[in-house]
Design a protein around this ligand. Structure first.
Ligand code: SF4
Length: 700
């Protein structure tokens, strides 16, 4: 067959929050069409660049495991993950769309009628478009009658958003990634952009090469550290102590910006009094970082003149994740390093639409645009817009929903495009909760580990097959265009959600994503100035945009903060230990994360042939001395055990991993890292502590 491309479609990358614009070159006709190659477009976020996932990761869209027909579980088949690896579809029979949708909706109605609306829950997707996220949360709130709706931000940046909303009134980034080009110093803490935001990492590396002081701060040495001016490899649970010792230095040495503090902030005195207790000298044994190095970095950050902070899940996925972000916000506020190009706060978003899905309301305590469920005026506005009553009770978060499922309080769920049977902490517990549900509807493109536990599976669309708007980490709203036809009888996600809504008694008649977007812009003040025509015309528009006439603001907070007082707020914190510390039985620490070639739970990249060929087997990274101490060579097999589970996999020597800790990614279904992780939550963001638990390692 001749696979010479005959047409080009401009769209987006389906993976990370950088939001690279991509041209896909397509060959073939009809159902046999396929993408032959991808190249970067000159988008605002990528300037023509792509990483290995964007360039080679598209083949999952035509993987033979794609779901192409609705499935209903056969009677009497037990629920479990990988019960029949040779034929995972054996538990299901094929069904028509009419039968599958009727069956799905009838099960949800049955549970609601018998046990009330709060026995239902929905888990939406940050891989879907803004329109799909908006429709999904609207369905749960008005069709189910509950706010039990969440998405992967709960496992990602929920603690960062909690701190940002509290401190500066907005959960979004203040400055785009490429502002690193205008910075004099850039801190990257708890993030591995070379693996997880590779095009962003390339701009950081270029900036470092041009003289920007790049400060990498992480318990693990990752590739970008090679380009760093300073690399601070701190102990894995010592981040709050380290950041407080930086704040202490800045205050002690008179490097704060008193004018900015007086004019634009509140609460500094209480934070100052708390921070002054944690001198770098006193914290040296806690953090593992020499006091002189902390003082040097703190001085350079404060003096800038322009300093920016990027952070990732190494900051957010702790029981003290919100405190970590409070410290980062305090550093920016006390030095006035915010509100100008080359400064500010940038939590690097994970999935390609986690910003947009959060904006659109896939959050249990907030309606679209972070408007609180608990406020009667907010509820009244949405009740008028949606012509439906709303519960006054904020919903449960992802991990709370799993606990409630295990306890029998949640009895039915609708999960769209997410894979909690791989991504939740303490997987045995999460999978038991999913299996115990009386009715589970899963809408996805593959039979994921979560779909294996479903009663009905609805075959959906990949990004390559849909039209929709997506909001990247920089707050850029961009349009995806269909590149390929839907495979088999798979359907658009927005269409499936609407069909479910109709069967639950809602009178929905959206003609397509453009009509959903028009309503979304009506519901969300920060998107009110956006329109579908504008997105089609301009390709990418920065949010927030409160009116069409208002210019976009790539740099926020230049004059004021969107808080009640208009001021940024300091919140005092003190260091707290991780929820589970090493002991004689479990003497090491497990840190989970991601790798360059695979994305999150691996449901897409493990089915993209080039990416899976590059990284085909589960592995963990250990310091060579730790490997030697148990008599295992690099490439040998080890057993990892925690109080929740155990698994075996290949161990690779990595001098970048601190002695006493083990790193592994959570993308491998054969050795699922989250069988080991523990579910203790940050009390504010309700995010689990994926970055720290006690571990025992032995030869396998
Ligand atoms: Fe895709 Fe992110 Fe890579 Fe860009 S950096 S090509 S958005 S995975």
């Amino acid at each position: 067959r001749n696979w010479v491309p005959t047409r080009r479609v401009d769209s987006l990358c389906p993976y990370c929050g950088v939001g690279c614009q991509v041209s896909y070159h397509v060959a073939g006709e009809g159902a046999a069409q396929k993408i032959v190659f991808a190249e970067g477009r000159d988008g605002p976020a990528n300037a023509g660049r792509l990483c290995v996932k964007g360039r080679y990761g598209f083949t999952y869209s035509r993987n033979r495991q794609r779901l192409t027909v609705p499935l209903i579980r056969k009677p009497g088949i037990p629920k479990g993950v990988n019960l029949d690896p040779a034929d995972p579809l054996a538990a299901f029979r094929e069904a028509s769309w009419e039968e599958a949708l009727d069956f799905a909706a009838a099960g949800l109605r049955r549970i609601k009628d018998a046990h009330g609306p709060h026995a239902l829950a929905g888990f939406g997707s940050a891989k879907g478009s803004n329109e799909e996220a908006y429709l999904f949360q609207k369905l749960v709130r008005t069709g189910f009658g509950t706010h039990n709706v969440d998405h992967c931000t709960r496992l990602c940046h929920a603690s960062s958003v909690a701190a940002l909303l509290e401190g500066i009134g907005s959960g979004a980034v203040s400055n785009p990634v490429r502002d690193v080009e205008f910075a004099d110093l850039a801190i990257v803490i708890g993030a591995n952009p070379a693996a997880n935001h590779p095009v962003a990492a390339s701009f950081m590396k270029n900036a470092a090469e041009r003289g920007v002081k790049l400060v990498m701060m992480d318990p693990r040495e990752t590739p970008l550290a090679r380009h760093a001016w300073r690399f601070l490899q701190f102990h894995p649970d010592a981040d709050v102590a380290l950041l407080l010792s930086m704040a202490c230095t800045i205050i002690e040495e008179g490097l704060t910006d008193p004018d900015f503090i007086a004019a634009r902030t509140e609460g500094f005195e209480a934070f100052r009094d708390a921070a002054l207790k944690y001198t770098p000298e006193r914290m040296e044994a806690v953090t593992g970082i020499p006091a002189a190095t902390v003082r040097e970095v703190a001085r350079a950050y404060a003096r800038g003149p322009n300093s920016i902070i990027f952070w990732g899940m190494g900051v957010s996925q702790h029981t003290h994740g919100t405190d970590n972000s409070r410290c980062l916000i305090a550093l920016a506020l006390m030095t006035g390093q915010i509100g100008r190009p080359g400064t500010g706060l940038h939590p690097l978003r994970g999935q390609n639409n986690v910003q947009g899905a959060s904006d659109a309301g896939l959050i249990p305590m907030m309606l679209p645009d972070y408007q609180r469920v608990s406020e009667p005026g907010v509820r009244a506005r949405f009740e008028a817009l949606w012509q439906a009553p709303l519960s006054d009770t904020p919903g449960l978060t992802v991990v709370e929903i799993m606990d409630a499922a295990c306890e029998g309080r949640i009895r039915a769920m609708y999960i769209e495009g997410e894979n909690p049977a791989m991504s939740d902490p303490d997987l045995d517990h999460a999978r038991a909760g999913l299996a115990k549900l009386e009715h589970l509807v899963v809408q996805d493109i593959f039979l994921t580990e979560t779909a294996m536990l479903a009663d009905v599976v609805l075959p959906a669309s990949s990004l390559y097959e849909k039209t929709g708007s997506f909001t990247n980490t920089d707050r850029l709203v961009q349009l995806a265009q269909p590149v390929l036809p839907l495979p088999g009888d798979a359907r658009q996600d927005w269409w499936i959600i609407q069909e479910m809504a109709r069967r639950l008694g809602l009178d929905w008649h959206y003609a397509g994503p453009h009509e959903v977007f028009a309503e979304l812009a009506q519901a969300m003040p920060s998107y009110a100035g956006l329109s579908w025509d504008m997105l089609e015309r301009e390709g990418a528009v920065v949010a927030p945009k409160f009116s069409a006439a208002e210019p976009s603001q790539p740099v926020l907070f230049q004059q004021t903060f969107p808080t009640a007082s208009g001021r940024g707020r300091f919140v005092p914190v003190s260091p707290l230990p991780a929820a589970e510390l090493p002991d004689d039985d479990y003497p090491m620490v497990l840190i989970t994360g991601r790798v360059l070639e695979h994305w999150h739970t691996g449901s897409m990249t493990r089915r993209a042939d080039v990416l899976d060929a590059l990284d085909p087997v589960p592995w963990c990274g250990m310091h060579p001395d730790d490997l030697a101490s148990i008599g295992v060579s690099s490439g040998g097999r080890v057993r990892l055990q925690t109080r929740r589970g155990q698994l075996e996999l290949e161990a690779r020597a990595d001098e970048g991993v601190r002695q006493g800790s083990v790193f592994m990614a959570f993308c491998y279904h054969e050795a699922a890292a989250n069988l080991l992780t523990q579910p203790a939550l940050d009390p504010f963001g309700k995010i689990p502590e994926f970055k720290y638990c006690a571990l025992r390692v032995s030869p396998a």
